[in-house]
Design a protein around this ligand. Structure first.
Ligand code: 1HE
Length: 266
């Protein structure tokens, strides 16, 4: 059972399922789920805690028609922040997003409507992105006299490559539909509800052994920061741990006994 009682979040609603899936819903639809400082602190708290409370997978969803409109521009305008203050705020964004990407728990985003600016930075920190037909992606910072500060230069660049990233930044280009999938902004595009599909994927991932998911949802990202030589070494060490875990014996035995599912299409 997931214990979420002690988590007191201002702008994220939590719903724990018996199978270990935690649904975390951005809950500021009136502001199009814009990321104010309080929501960033919620994300830091949530994703610092999630790996230690029995969660096996997370669905990151949103209330309203839009996944996330990015940085809370009104809060930013009113606060009239100085460079050091904004730098420190960005470091909190990085803290939150790094906890998501490197935390070892699969995070699957159910996208819809605007996934823009910091909203795209948030979406790019999860492990699987599911879009519906209303979903669109953009980096409008340039048009607002701003620059990305929540990791777009790294994570969105990893997803779509530098040339497309710079085009989106310079021109405000919007991607949606199959084009967004084709360039790597989303892995799934559904006609119906992105939430239903994201939940289904989370339930699938939750059935994997936690140590396998840890390797997939933490080690892969760490390895991509390493040289090829070091990544191969780290992969071997990780596989040494994961592939000999006692919990895997049952699954291997089932394969050996021909009772396990075979890997076949349809
Ligand atoms: C906001 C925000 C926001 C909406 N910060 N309050 N991001 C952007 O440039 C996107 C800015 N937002 C929009 O373009 C539109 O709001 C949407 C296309 C997302 C939605 O449009 P719509 O017509 O449904 O809503 P709206 O009427 O524009 O906004 C409804 C309310 O949400 C309104 O507040 P209200 O109190 O007047 O009702 C808006 O002010 C509020 N709202 N978006 C604050 N972003 C670490 S650096 C990251 C840099 C960035 O992310 S730059 C931000 C890029």
């Amino acid at each position: 059972m997931i214990d979420i009682q002690h988590l007191n979040l201002a702008n994220i609603r939590l719903d724990a399922h018996d199978d270990g899936v935690l649904v975390a819903t951005l809950n500021r639809a009136a502001k199009r789920n814009a990321l104010d400082a309080a929501t960033i602190e919620d994300l830091v708290t949530l994703f610092s805690t999630v790996p230690r409370i029995g969660v096996r997978a997370v669905v990151l969803a949103a209330e309203g028609d839009h996944f996330c409109a990015g940085l809370d521009l009104v809060e930013h305008y009113k606060a009239d922040r100085g460079p050091a203050e904004f730098m420190h705020l960005c470091l909190r964004w990085h803290e939150a997003f790094n906890k998501m990407e490197y935390g070892g728990i699969p995070v699957i985003a159910a996208l819809k409507g605007a996934v823009v600016g910091g909203g795209l930075e948030l979406a790019s920190a999860v492990h699987i992105r599911v879009a519906d037909t209303s979903t669109y992606f953009a980096l409008p910072e340039g048009q607002r006299g701003l620059f990305t500060g929540g990791g777009a230069t790294i994570r969105v660049g990893d997803l779509i490559g530098k040339a497309r990233l710079v085009d989106m930044m310079l021109t405000g280009r919007i991607y949606k539909g199959q084009d967004a999938v084709d360039i790597g902004l989303a892995q799934y595009l559904v006609e119906g509800s992105s939430f239903d599909k994201a939940l289904q994927l989370a339930q699938l991932a939750a059935k994997n052994l936690p140590l396998s998911n840890f390797a997939i949802c933490s080690a892969v990202s760490h390895m991509q920061n390493m040289s090829g030589l070091d990544a191969a070494y780290a992969e071997a060490v990780m596989a040494g741990l994961v592939n000999t875990q006692p919990e895997a014996r049952e699954r291997l035995e089932a394969f050996a006994n021909k009772t396990a599912a075979r890997v076949r299409p349809d």
